[in-house]
Design a protein around this ligand. Structure first.
Ligand SMILES: *Cc1c(COP(=O)(O)O)cnc(C)c1O
Length: 435
């Protein structure tokens, strides 16, 4: 999909940097979503970022709608977060021994997230979900887990089945190297399918350790659960003694301070967190009811550990971020901007005569080039990827950095302004006319 627009948008320094990186790092990137695989062409190489803007090494400025794929809800390089990082780093970057700051962050999480009474800090969202699954299996003494197609829970083997965005974009729903054994206990169902879920509980009666789901999906684009689906997930798991895990790595502190569970009023047994909880540093967390979490070593017998877990620099960034989000709540503001952007993009696509859906929850949303509402992965898969690529590159040409895949939600921050949102809508109006 490389075309003249690509050439114009991406500067010579990014192009050279990508060529160099490709000789050193597989595909030139340390995480596949960054490689522009879904839209073709060369990724921007970033020099620095501030507030709502990214600056590439060619000196171009972009209005950022990725926000590091979710964490940067306060905008880039928030002065108080950076100061917290400086202060923590100056005292030493890792001790391998407990600190009071870890309890401070744990307290902030427990106070915010309804389902969490005890929490363990880890280094990524992947670690959080992998650990939560182990705990659920350990606690229930059962093997099987249920996940939903198009939900992404990180790259642990047992969860790397029908995993949405990166995998879907590349057309590799399952990865080589993930063994049959690792996934044989993973049951994959369609999102929002109450009947499918009910049947699975009948078929595997007494065998299901956990149901894991994104309570608002971001990883097949933004997909919203029906009330009936979440209610069924809650009641079926409760009846079966199955642990319901909300993977809120993306939605936690994003769609509400207490996550999707607070916003939607459904409380799971366990919750996984990442992204915002680390304030842009590598940090994840998993937590839940005390009776579950107290079975984790050394309180209980289920093994889970990490040399850098609870890292003081990451904890400082996360703690500062949560403190600011609580003291100066941006959620109403983000809601208002989100509604404005969603309406604007919807009108722009309608004016251009393009079949589309805008699906939005607060500051996360997706413009799907799809004639029908997207409720599950099969729906999402019918979206027009080629058109999305043209839209993406058109927006890049106007200095607006959208997620580089039809199957990733966009995010914005509290540093985005109403006039930036309007600028984005104006750009989309022009770009969509020739999509
Ligand atoms: C990003 C994400 C993960 C994985 O987190 P990493 O920090 O990338 O390992 C897991 N679950 C969801 C819902 C995510 O959005």
């Amino acid at each position: 999909m490389s075309n003249s627009k690509t050439e114009r948008a991406i500067g010579p320094l990014s192009t050279a940097a990508f060529a160099r990186a490709q000789k050193l790092i597989p595909g030139g990137v340390n995480s596949p979503a960054r490689a522009f695989g879904g839209v073709g062409g060369t990724p921007l190489f970033i020099d620095h970022a501030r507030g709502p803007h990214l600056f590439d090494i060619d000196g171009h400025r972009y209005l950022d709608y990725i926000g590091s794929w979710g964490p940067m809800i306060l905008g880039h390089a928030h002065p108080e977060v950076i100061e917290a990082i400086h202060q923590a780093a100056a005292r030493g970057t890792s001790y391998g021994a407990p600190t009071e700051a870890e309890s401070e962050l744990a307290e902030q999480i427990i106070e915010a997230v309804p389902s969490v009474q005890r929490v363990r800090l880890v280094n990524s969202g992947t670690e959080a979900t992998m650990s939560a699954i182990r705990v659920a299996r350990g606690v229930t003494g059962r093997d099987k887990i249920i996940k939903f197609a198009g939900n992404y829970h990180g790259h642990a083997d047992s969860l790397l089945v029908s995993a949405g965005s990166s995998a879907a974009t590349l057309g590799v729903p399952d990865s080589p190297g993930v063994t049959q054994g690792a996934t044989q206990d993973t049951i994959v169902l369609a999102y929002n399918d109450v009947q499918g879920l009910t049947e699975a509980f009948n078929q595997y009666d007494g065998q299901i350790a956990a149901v894991i789901l994104e309570p608002v999906v971001g990883n097949m684009g933004c997909v919203i659960p029906t009330k009936e689906f979440l209610a069924a997930a809650r009641s079926l798991t409760e009846k079966a003694g199955t642990i319901l895990i909300f993977d809120e790595v993306m939605t936690g502190f994003r769609v509400a301070f207490g996550g999707a569970q607070q916003r939607l009023g459904v409380t799971p047994d366990m919750t996984t967190l990442g992204k915002i909880v680390g304030g842009g540093m590598p940090l994840g967390a998993y937590g839940g009811r005390q009776s579950i979490m107290d079975q984790v070593l050394p309180a209980g017998k289920i093994f889970q550990a990490g040399t850098l877990s609870g890292n003081p620099v990451a904890v400082a960034a996360g703690s500062a971020t949560l403190r600011i989000l609580k003291e100066d709540s941006p959620y109403e503001y983000l809601e208002r901007l989100g509604d404005r952007l969603a309406k604007g993009l919807d009108a722009a696509a309608t004016d251009a005569g393009l079949p589309h859906q805008v699906q939005q929850v607060g500051s996360m949303m997706t413009l799907f080039f799809n004639p029908n509402p997207v409720n599950n992965w099969d729906d999402a898969d019918r979206s027009d990827r080629e058109r999305f690529g043209r839209y993406f590159w058109g927006m890049i040409g106007k200095g607006i950095y959208m997620p580089c895949s039809q199957f990733e939600a966009l995010f914005f921050s509290r540093t985005h302004t109403e006039s930036m949102i309007d600028e984005t809508i104006d750009a989309a109006k022009e770009v969509l006319k020739s999509c």
